[in-house]
Design a protein around this ligand. Structure first.
Ligand SMILES: [Zn+2]
Length: 113
């Protein structure tokens, strides 16, 4: 079991890139929520927010995973389904990027495989 991932920046994503090492969630359900401030849950196919791909902090590149190329959640729960799609959890991946944390406020909700 792992916490269900929330969209709109409420989940952090480890990018494994040199430039933006952390990204955040973006797209999510508009009618299924978890937590205090009604943030939607992330589903398979939802895209994370755009971010820089490589370079260093002192010499940032401008190459992005962005503008329609943001990675989409490639795998989620096979047993917990939201809007006919598997729900995303901490540990699931947007391509090679992995959801590392999510903020549920005082109502943590987990989903299994
Ligand atoms: Zn990326």
């Amino acid at each position: 079991m792992a916490k269900i991932a929330l969209g709109k920046g409420k989940s952090t994503v480890t990018t494994f890139h040199g430039c933006d090492t952390k990204g955040v969630s973006d797209q999510c359900s508009t009618d299924v929520f978890v937590g205090d401030d009604k943030k939607g849950v992330v589903r398979v196919g939802d895209r994370m927010k755009d971010h820089l791909v490589s370079g260093t902090t002192n010499n940032p590149c401008t190459l992005k995973h962005g503008k329609g190329l943001e990675p989409a959640l490639s795998k989620g729960s096979e047993t917990v389904i939201v809007n006919n799609k598997g729900v995303g959890r901490v540990g699931d991946k947007y391509g090679s990027e992995e959801i590392s944390t999510t903020d549920h406020g005082s109502y943590p909700v987990e989903a299994g495989g």
